[in-house]
Design a protein around this ligand. Structure first.
Ligand code: PEP
Ligand code: MN
Length: 362
């Protein structure tokens, strides 16, 4: 896929080396003063792109759904007063036409739109032939293919100025977060499209101010390219997402506390040490696989023996014993019980598959 990096979007966005790109601004544009005051105050904290919601996809009717086009000139005014480009969410051809007509610099597709291939295709048709950067949020459900599919639909109509926004995934009974980060999904996206820059949206993952920092820091630890953080001149009175928006001062503090990690270093000492440890890990991984191979060899022998003796593959007491023994051992190791549980489950599933194959063999 042909992808142009943010610095090549022609918007004069300059991010210092080893620093994240920062997108900030209110969840929703509410009044001209709120947009202008928020945007002017956050500019000093090193924000690169301003955001403001014009059309808000609310989960249930009755919540504030955005002011629509009357608020677009406020975003443009904020851009003029700060010298920064602005972005807003678009969900259909009408939004795109209006946003572009008013002079919005960057569009983003929201999580509730990425999820729907019809909507993404409509957006692609509307954008065809227009040179505008598009950021695509992950779909609400943890489906990497759907996220990739949205990039492909836009790529097919000639869009090259792309970035991804990771905003977490909906679950039925969310515990700590508003949306589960499931970091392995953006990591896999990065593996599949290494040139695509990924921006983390701690606001919609966290859902509350107190968790923003740890989510943002984790994104930095994983070497994300940027952060999108909602800010508001008076968050407690915000018309949408009041709990998660920060004041301009809060944004400044959060950003100043972030520890930004480098991707690599020329330091020879570091490289020697890391190579030494990585070699050890590679050897252990290889041993683990060899041992799994040996384990499955025994599993197949047992499978043949069970077949001969007309015994079922699964004996629940035996499985309970294997699982409980591993979990008990995990208490004595520095490995989480959750990991051990998933690990032994995976091994057990493979063992059942292997014995099933043996049973089916003529
Ligand atoms: C937003 O950015 O305000 C928004 C609605 O986000 P999402 O699409 O991630 O829910
Ligand atoms: Mn929001």
């Amino acid at each position: 896929m042909d992808i142009q990096n943010i610095k090549d979007w022609g918007l004069n966005i300059k991010v210092s080396e080893n620093k994240p790109l920062i997108i900030s601004g209110p969840c929703s544009a509410e009044t001209k003063e709120q947009v202008l005051q928020t945007c002017k105050k956050i500019t000093a904290s090193g924000v690169h792109i301003l955001r403001g919601g014009i059309w808000k996809p609310r989960t249930r009717p009755g919540s504030f759904e955005g002011l629509g086009i009357i608020a677009l000139p406020w975003l443009i005014e904020a851009s003029k007063q700060t010298g920064l480009p602005v972005c807003c969410e678009v969900a259909n051809a009408y939004h795109i036409e209006e946003a572009i007509k008013h002079g919005v610099h960057i569009l983003w597709i929201g999580a509730r739109t990425t999820v729907n291939p019809f909507a993404v295709q409509e957006i692609a048709e509307a954008i065809k032939g227009i040179d505008i950067p598009v950021m695509i949020k992950n779909p609400v459900n943890p489906d990497l293919e759907l996220w990739l599919g949205a990039f492909e639909r836009l790529s097919k109509v000639g869009i090259k100025k792309f970035a991804a926004i990771h905003r977490g995934f909906s679950v039925y009974n969310s515990t700590k977060y508003r949306n589960e980060p499931q970091w392995e999904i953006p990591i896999e996206l990065h593996r599949r499209l290494p040139n695509l820059e990924i921006i983390c949206d701690p606001s919609h993952i966290a859902g509350k101010r107190s968790l923003l920092y740890e989510v943002a820091q984790h994104a930095m630890n994983l070497n994300f390219d940027g952060l999108m953080i909602e800010s508001h001149i008076n968050p407690d009175d915000a018309w949408s997402d009041a709990l998660q928006q920060v004041t301009p001062k809060g944004l400044k503090e959060l950003l100043s506390q972030l520890i930004v990690r480098q991707t690599d270093t020329d330091n020879l000492n570091y490289q020697n040490k890391i190579n030494h440890f990585r070699n050890l890990i590679d050897q252990i991984d290889s041993q683990v696989l060899d041992m799994m191979d040996q384990r499955m060899n025994i599993v197949r022998k047992i499978g043949a023996y069970k077949k001969e003796s007309n015994i079922a593959i699964l004996q629940i007491e035996r499985w309970r014993y294997v699982r409980d023994t591993c979990l008990a051992k995990s208490n004595k190791l520095e490995i989480s019980q959750k990991f051990v549980e998933e690990f032994i489950n995976t091994i057990h599933n493979e063992s059942i598959l292997q014995q099933t194959a043996v049973m089916h063999k003529k």
